[in-house]
Design a binder for this molecule. Structure first.
Ligand code: AMP
Length: 505
């Protein structure tokens, strides 16, 4: 087996790492940078740009540039450019394909095997979409690992002592929090929680709204429909946000933002850190509930925590750090790189999957990783009740079976509706797939015995089987959610992705 790369496929930036001579290293991209913007652009001439090249052309080509596509993973988002329809999986595949190329250039050999990280809070459909993106990029996805677990893995390598660690991961688009136990060479995820629609982008949007409102008040012009102006505003908002992580105030200047009747109009505004904190305090507060839930699910009180690891670029925001300090009573650890540790953990896991032992630097012992599933899983039964088969925070891989029966006399088929979520009311959960089991022998209601089995593999992906114990008939789920890509679509996308990345040399 060749080298296995570890990929952190981020909302804003992605990062790729590999283990060389027993040490994880970050692979720089062709511009020498250690992270690559998760942006794809298509020029009118038919060229494809990925990463920094895509970011550079975003302002002049906003309607043919796609960023933050990770937020759309597992949805039926689509974007038509010229004659091609792109899905989140195909855009992510272009990013992954670029990282694969960067790794091949760096290592001087072909790379096919990869470990890709996903937010712990990604649901089954989002995980499957990520895996499909890897396949489309020509990668053999050996394993998907939760981002906080990956961060803890990179941390656990350097610190052998026993401890309970809280990983607070606020990236560009998602928030994850996990409680992890590192002891005796085991890295065990005890509980995980989060919000997969909360991240740095939301902080940017607040500044964007403040800028467009201010501009309207000053000049009576609504720029929100002007694509090119909005692209510049978005970039300036993110830059201002980052500056406010170290400065108390920042000036935003966008000359020639729009042209009015009597000439060009410039945007010039001053944003203070305290105004920024005021406009985003509800976002910071939204991290509190998942954090408390993760602690209570793990049965760990905050004074049993020995470390808090901050992961993800948005944890550089001072108000976020302050809140974490208030919530946990601990000073967050400064010795891990929030942009790189997730990819490093994935590379370390990749290296172990290719047969190398995973060892803890602290103890020299080999490390074993235990991960968990973030959601409870159930099937819908009579009266709209969600009957649970797997509780959230169960260790994975796992398998669980339960016997169900028919509700009506002489019922010959049952429909299995697979649910993900915490409510006992089926309708309040997310349906992640449905299928039918037919051929049930004629019998009064309640007599047939249908065994439903849920199998979650190490990637956190679920397979469901229903078996009629009388006839032996069984049926496995094919997730019918329309967000899924068919095998045929994936095969076609592999070819077109290869071509798009080849064309750009
Ligand atoms: P990630 O997905 O972990 O790469 O996180 C990217 C997010 O972190 C983006 O929303 C960035 O704008 C944000 N970010 C990066 N650096 C900083 C900084 N210095 N201050 C505030 N946010 C930052």
């Amino acid at each position: 087996m060749g080298k296995v790369i570890g990929i952190d496929l981020g909302t804003t930036n992605s990062c790729v790492s590999v283990v060389e001579n027993g040490q994880p290293v970050i692979i720089p991209n062709s511009n020498g940078n250690r992270t690559t913007p998760s942006i794809v652009g298509f020029s009118k001439k038919g060229e494809t740009f990925v990463g920094e090249a895509a970011k550079r052309q975003a302002i002049t080509n906003p309607d043919r540039t796609i960023s933050s596509v990770k937020r759309e993973m597992g949805t039926n988002w689509k974007k038509k450019i010229d004659k091609t329809v792109y899905k989140p999986q195909t855009i992510s595949a272009l990013i992954l394909g670029q990282l694969k190329k960067d790794a091949e250039r760096y290592l001087g050999e072909p790379v096919t095997d990869a470990v890709i990280t996903v937010p712990a809070y990604f649901n089954d459909i989002q995980r499957q979409a990520t895996k499909d993106a890897g396949t489309i990029a020509g990668l053999n996805v050996l394993r998907m690992i939760n981002e906080p677990t990956s961060a803890a893995l990179s941390y656990g390598l350097d610190h052998g002592e026993s401890q309970k660690v809280l990983v607070y991961d606020l990236g560009g688009g998602t928030f994850d929090v996990s409680v992890i136990d590192i002891s005796d060479g085991n890295i065990e995820v005890m509980a995980t929680s989060g919000d997969n629609r909360l991240g740095g982008d939301d902080f940017d949007f607040r500044i964007v709204n403040w800028m467009t409102d201010g501009f309207r008040q000053q000049h009576g012009i609504d720029v929100s429909k002007d694509f090119a102006a909005m692209q510049r505003i978005k970039e300036a908002a993110e830059t201002a946000k980052k500056e406010l992580s170290t400065a108390d105030q920042t000036e935003i200047n966008l000359p020639y933002l729009v042209t009015a009747k009597d000439g060009p109009i410039h945007l010039q505004m001053m944003l203070t850190r305290s105004a920024f904190e005021e406009m985003t305090k509800d976002l910071v507060a939204r991290t509190e509930e998942p954090l408390m839930r993760a602690l209570s699910d793990a049965g760990v009180s905050k004074n049993q925590l020995s470390k808090v690891l901050l992961v993800g670029g948005s944890t550089r925001i001072p108000a976020v750090q302050r809140r974490v300090r208030e919530m946990t009573g601990l000073e967050p650890s400064k010795n891990i790189n929030p942009d790189e540790c997730v990819a490093i953990g994935a590379a370390v896991l990749g290296s172990t999957l290719s047969g190398n032992a995973l060892t803890s630097a602290g103890t020299g012992n080999s490390l074993i990783l235990f991960d968990i599933t973030p959601y409870s899983l159930a099937i819908e039964t009579i009266g709209g009740v969600a009957a649970r088969l797997i509780e959230r925070n169960s260790p994975i891989p796992t398998r669980y079976s339960k016997i169900f029966t028919t509700a009506a006399p002489f019922q010959s088929t049952v429909e299995i509706n697979v649910l993900q979520g915490e409510s006992f009311n089926a309708r309040e959960n997310k349906s992640i797939g449905r299928f039918r089991l037919g051929g049930i022998r004629r019998a009064p209601a309640g007599v047939p015995q249908i065994e439903v089995t849920f199998d979650i593999n190490a990637d956190g992906i679920l397979e469901v089987t229903a078996k009629d114990l009388d006839t032996g008939n069984f049926q496995s789920i094919t997730i019918t959610a329309e967000e899924r890509m068919s095998d045929r679509e994936i095969t076609k996308a592999i070819e077109s992705t290869k071509k798009l990345l080849e064309d750009k040399g």
